[in-house]
Design a protein around this ligand. Structure first.
Ligand SMILES: [Zn+2]
Length: 93
């Protein structure tokens, strides 16, 4: 399973719900805003062991983010994901 694909899985309704809104991180309005999950899916997955599909597809679950901040956060999240994975691997041993 790719955490990046999981993270990027937003519905078209969610994507369209954030268009024309300012980025929650830097306030920029880009031509194409990115729907960002308020609780990043990768974090939710590791916290609960599952993804709440109802929350996941709700427009309330997302916030507008510009492509720049989204890319930055995506990079950070994949790092966190790796750290959490190695943490759980340590526990299992
Ligand atoms: Zn931004």
């Amino acid at each position: 399973m790719s955490s990046n694909n999981l993270y990027e899985s937003t519905t078209k309704i969610q994507q369209s719900s954030v268009q024309g809104k300012a980025c929650v991180t830097c306030g920029v309005k880009a031509d194409k805003m990115v729907a960002d999950h308020k609780v990043p899916l990768v974090v939710e997955y590791y916290q609960t062991g599952k993804i709440n599909t109802q929350n996941m597809t709700s427009v309330k679950a997302v916030q507008p983010q510009c492509p720049t901040c989204s890319a930055k956060q995506g990079g950070t999240l994949s790092n966190i994901s790796k750290q959490i994975k190695s943490f759980f691997n340590l526990i299992k041993k």
